[in-house]
Design a protein around this ligand. Structure first.
Ligand SMILES: [Fe+2]
Length: 542
């Protein structure tokens, strides 16, 4: 058995090579478009011929490399019959098996995340007749489960059935390898670890510990993370309904770029926020190439159907950017500024700036009572963890649609966790004619590290009533930084078998509670998270 997991660190996507050394054949599962050369290289190095290309489902967050890989190797593409692919492929059904030498991959149809989701139970026939591990696609992640991409609550019910019928029946020792890890938008609270076992997930995966179907549906439908940008377009391309193009950017001289900008083409400035802030091309979108989720952020920010011109810090960054953008289906890259800002400036074309300020400047200005709106563009869970009192909360993905909430004439200081998303938001809103911006470098991380005042969710409202017969322990907010200590005392006040419902906003509560469970022997019987509030139900066992 040859097994290799291939991690795309930028996107959290995981693909796999599973092969048989004796037979010299291999299957590639869930290939990414920007990793095709890597699969070919891997196979060549190990003396393997790629004979099958398999999809666990139709992906919505990245473009599959299946057709490029099939063209390069001659291997057929396999996908579940429900995928409805508009190009040549073999249709898989529940119970089908793919064999490469001594390795067997058995198909289990597991609808939920998508109607065509499958898991592949992989058996090494030389070692035994039982599956050794499962490639779970986006059905089960390490620490999480796949959200329903389509179909809402009904699809969530299907996911529950798939997990119960297929995966939870497997032995604890069976390993799992998902199609995504931390950093992906395809689920929440995914672990940075890229493999686990059925047994560990059975014990510690919050979604698998829920008592029934209704609780499961409620859990996974609550606070779904934003859908990947260009969701429908990516699915359309992966199904073969929208043609795939490869970007072939050509060099632009500054004058050509200036004319292109005037025609409405969009410059994507890949430099860091500080350099962008010093001087940039009017209308440029700023997404630093080394940002987390770089390609996803560009895909979200760029206007659809508009040719893009890249402004890269260096020549190697350009190739990297085009490759990353191809992964999310942003192929409208028409060109790049050949001589960057040097030529632009020497030609005397217009320039704009965004002043960068520190958190110390910001505090000073607020204390002076300067007229300044503070805009926080982080996700709701980050906002609830602590924010600047009086700030306007406008998550990045919503800022363009909700730009009416931005006071147009007041100076505005924008912050996120570190100063990258804030710069992207400023550049996106500048394209809509909104001016007077400051980017706060270091963002809320620097603000918190400096010990400056933060407001925590006093806005979460009164604690909901506990379920009948259950004690409620409300540990939300700054007043209760150590929920586990309160729980330790409270659990002694209820009879054995009774439960306590605990609400907490401390992000460390999950780890603390798990340690408490191990040390004390009391059991966490339910766990969940909604809008930054963790909820645990703990049962006294003795
Ligand atoms: Fe997916």
């Amino acid at each position: 058995m040859i097994f290799q997991q291939i991690l795309n660190e930028e996107s959290g996507c995981l693909s796999y090579l599973v092969g048989c050394g004796q037979a010299g054949r291999a299957v590639i599962v869930d290939p990414g478009r920007d990793r095709v050369h890597e699969y070919l290289r891997l196979a060549r190095r190990r003396g393997l011929t790629i004979t099958h290309v398999v999809e666990t489902h139709t992906h919505a967050d990245h473009i599959s490399g299946n057709r490029d890989l099939a063209t390069a190797t001659g291997a057929p593409i396999f996908a579940h019959a429900a995928a409805g692919l508009a190009f040549d492929h073999e249709r898989l059904r529940d119970g089908d098996a793919i064999g490469v030498g001594n390795i067997r991959l058995t198909v289990a149809h597991t609808p939920g995340h998508t109607p065509d989701s499958i898991c592949l139970l992989v058996t090494d026939l030389e070692r035994g007749a039982e599956p050794w591990f499962v490639l779970t696609g986006d059905t089960l992640f390490v620490g999480s489960v796949g959200r329903p991409d389509l179909g809402g609550a009904r699809a969530a019910e299907e996911a529950y059935e798939s997990l119960t019928r297929v995966l939870l029946r497997l032995d604890d020792s069976v390993e799992i390898y998902p199609a995504h890890g931390a950093g992906s938008a395809c689920g929440r609270a995914m672990s940075a670890k890229t493999g686990s076992t059925i047994g560990f997930e059975r014990r510690f995966n919050a979604a698998l510990g829920l008592r029934d179907r209704a609780a499961f549906v409620d859990f996974i439908m609550r606070d779904l993370p934003p859908k990947p940008p260009q969701f429908e377009k990516i699915v359309g391309k992966n199904r073969g309904l929208i043609p795939l193009h490869s970007a072939k950017p050509r060099p632009y001289a500054a004058r050509e770029a200036w004319e292109a900008v005037q025609r409405g083409e969009c410059v994507v400035d890949l430099r860091d926020p500080g350099t962008y802030g010093e001087s940039h091309i009017p209308g440029a979108l700023n997404v630093w190439i080394d940002s987390p989720q770089f390609a996803e952020r560009v895909a979200w920010a760029v206007p659809t159907g508009v040719p893009l011109l890249l402004l890269a810090p260096g020549p190697s960054d350009l190739e990297r950017a085009v490759q990353a953008l191809s992964r999310v289906g942003v192929d409208e890259v028409a060109g790049f500024l050949q001589w960057g800002m040097i030529e632009w400036k020497s030609c005397g074309f217009p320039l704009e700036t965004v002043p960068q300020i520190t958190v110390h400047d910001l505090l000073e200005w607020l204390e002076e009572g300067r007229d300044l709106a503070v805009i926080d563009v982080r996700e709701p869970f980050e906002w609830l963890d602590g924010h600047i009192d009086g700030a306007i909360h406008l998550p990045m993905m919503e800022c363009v649609a909700c730009r009416d909430l931005v006071p147009p004439d007041r100076p505005k200081a924008v912050l996120c966790a570190g100063g990258l998303r804030s710069s992207t938001v400023i550049s996106a809103l500048k394209r809509h004619g909104i001016q007077h911006w400051y980017n706060v470098t270091g963002g809320m991380t620097a603000w918190t590290k400096s010990g400056y005042p933060i407001a925590r969710p006093t806005t979460v409202g009164p604690a909901p009533a506990a379920s009948p017969g259950r004690t409620m322990l409300d540990c939300r907010g700054l007043d209760c930084p150590m929920p586990v200590m309160k729980l330790g005392k409270a659990i002694k006040t209820v009879p054995p078998g009774a439960t306590i419902e605990l609400l907490a906003t401390d992000p460390g509560s999950m780890v603390d509670l798990e340690a408490f469970e191990k040390q004390s022997g009391h059991r966490i019987v339910e766990r969940g998270e909604s809008a930054g509030v963790f909820r645990f139900v703990v049962q006294r066992t003795k």
